[in-house]
Design a protein around this ligand. Sequence first.
Ligand code: PLP
Length: 385
Amino acid sequence: MRLYFDYNATTPPAPEVVDAMVAASRDAFGNPSSVHHDGQRAKASLDAARSAVAGLIGAESSEVVFTSGGTEADNLALRGAAAVAAEADRRHVIAAAFEHEAVLNTVKALARAGFATTVLPLDATGILSPDCLRDALTAETAVVSVMHANNEVGTIQPIAELCAIAHERGAVFHTDAVQSAGKIPVDVRALGVDLASFSAHKLYGPKGVGALWIRRGVRLAPVLTGGRQERNRRPGTENVPGIVGFGVAADLAAARLEHEGARVAALRNRLEEGVLARVPGTDVNGARGRRVPNTTNISFAGVEAESLLIALDLEGIAVSTGSACSSGTLEPSHVLKAMGLSSHRAQSSIRFSLGVSNTERDVDRLLDVLPAVVERLRSLAPALP
Ligand SMILES: Cc1ncc(COP(=O)(O)O)c(C=O)c1O
């Protein structure tokens, strides 16, 4: 049996999600914009899903805009808020260095469109310091984007504090909450943010569906042109089955958040302590006290992480590297680099992210297999520092 420790990449849809999506595809096939019965039936399914997603994040239904995923939600947040702010001559965008590419590449696109941009450094534990943000803000800052929980190391940012600082200077604050929703409580009002991105497939929902929460009163220019769906903010006929699946996943996440969080944290700690005890030359990356419960990122000195990933895959165990492989070149993770790790350490780091199917037996099997695999790789590449 294969073991899956890559829940931050994606999660398997819950059986209840799949059932609801099948039923919605069959029974709620109408166009939600149609006035007849079939259209209104689909519209009712959308409304139910919207209120479930709103319930998970402490929002009102009318503030939730469905998108094609976290990437589109990030794009809509940054591009939409920047376009509105530019009308008032605010043309400066700030993001943290450890943001997902959906944010970082959008910031680059805004730079090409004439915005000034600042990418803020992190401290060694992967936390963005409030003083660092304070120093970067200007009267021209339009939008600040700082993710809630990081996908690679799991660190949780002091969003409420950062947001208050940005608001003092009149900037709109966006947080990418794709990796925190479903893992820790996310209350958008308590965080104080203006915009927050979510993705269904990170919380046992389907791929290709997400949401942007837009605080009531915040103005945003749509990124796509088209019809009047989603209160004129996101045109296009809604993905009804996908959104229904997202709603069911949100309800499940809300119901099992507390219990599952504690269960997974215990497993993650067992895994982490087991690795540190059994495999010499290992270190945990990122603040251990301020992380989502399911994630640990561990460096294995002298081991090339891609090779470890492949060796574990051959043993039937799925993990992830902190590195992105682009056009045949192994780039060290921008997150680990932003935390000040050397390229070597960044390239020897593995992310283990746990979820609903994992048990103590899974962790123990991993711990049985890992030391010998690491030792073998080290013996093959003794020159790596
Ligand atoms: C933090 C973060 N933001 C955004 C995304 C993109 O979400 P999606 O895959 O739904 O486009 C991801 C997914 O990897 C993510 O981890």
